[in-house]
Design a protein around this ligand. Structure first.
Ligand SMILES: O=C(O)CCC(=O)C(=O)O
Ligand SMILES: [Fe+2]
Length: 303
């Protein structure tokens, strides 16, 4: 078993040349984002397109045993809006096989300066090529706000488009250095952006910037096919309309470092926060949700 694991998490010399350098890791710490080298082949990305088309047409290898309360799950009757499908790594084996490429976990481990990286969540995203479609706009947010039941401050996201992705397609856009900001207290930030007003979130972003004496410098990630954009869980990000004539297809692979565990967390009004995993994963020895459950949170990388 141990031998198998060591083998599974090994990198080739060619892989090692694709890891971020020490300078790049330091820059990620200052700016909150990192654009990788080419981590996936064109064939791997084309397989993702084909596998997710099969998924959209109804194929799954496994279904969630129950529907968690805040699940994002597009189905055809929702129409030509932006599609979000959580737990794609659980429901599609073909997708999971590609996401589990050791090199991806190894890059994340270097950025997070962690020995182990596990999947936290994966969301399959599809922005239809409709310039006016409001649901294509992703308001400014930081992912940490949605993961308040996590102890870790080092979690991060790998945004993996299946094709070249730029501003015209409504690529993910980072607010440079916002990972280092401190927050204005008082806002119930755990409310998901899908349920909040976009202009309210734009105002909040600017208020938080001035609170930190910073300016809002928005950096669209121009991501060549096979490359991956990473962002820290405290980096503000969002994205705009898809102005291209093809859909924008991507997976947001949210990642946790090995030390991450469940913690109880209360909203400002005193009600407890739940993450969808909390009704799915096994319980640990203390009876709390176990964020190391390999069924939902498989290990991607271990030193
Ligand atoms: O779809 C996008 O452009 C943004 C996705 C996102 O919020 C994320 O990857 O954390
Ligand atoms: Fe996000």
């Amino acid at each position: 078993m141990t031998a198998e694991l060591t083998h599974a998490f090994a990198l080739t010399d060619a892989d090692r040349a694709l890891l971020p350098t020490d300078d790049e890791v330091a820059e990620y710490g200052r700016r909150g984002w990192y654009l990788s080298r080419k981590l996936f082949t064109d064939a791997e990305m084309d397989t993702l397109v084909e596998a997710t088309e099969r998924f959209y047409a109804g194929h799954t290898d496994r279904r969630l045993p129950l529907r968690p309360p805040n699940l994002a799950y597009w189905t055809p009757e929702k129409g030509d809006v932006q599609r979000h499908n959580d737990y794609i790594h659980y429901e599609s084996d073909e997708v999971a096989a590609i996401l589990r490429k050791p090199l991806l976990g190894a890059v994340a481990a270097r950025l997070a300066q962690a020995e182990e990286i596990r999947v936290w969540q994966s969301t399959l995203i599809y922005k239809p090529p409709r310039p006016e479609e409001q649901s294509n706009q992703v308001p400014w947010h930081m992912d940490r706000h949605y993961w308040q039941t996590c102890t870790s401050e080092r979690m991060l996201t790998a945004f993996i488009p299946f094709h070249h992705c730029d501003e015209r397609m409504g690529t993910i856009t980072m607010v440079d250095g916002s990972n280092t900001w401190t927050e204005i207290p008082g806002d119930d930030s755990t409310r998901h952006f899908a349920h909040r007003d976009r202009s309210e979130l734009e105002d909040l972003l600017h208020a938080n910037a001035s609170h930190n004496g910073a300016v809002v410098d928005k950096i669209p990630m121009i991501i060549p096919k096979g490359h991956v954009s990473f962002h820290h869980c405290r980096t503000y990000h969002g994205s705009g309309a898809n102005l291209a004539d093809a859909p924008r297809r991507a997976i947001s692979l949210h990642l946790q470092d090995g030390d991450n565990r469940f913690r109880p967390y209360l909203k400002p009004d005193g009600t407890p926060v739940f993450y969808n995993h909390d009704v799915l994963v096994r319980r640990n020895d203390e009876g709390l949700p176990d964020y190391t459950d390999q069924n939902y949170c498989p290990t991607l990388w271990r030193e």
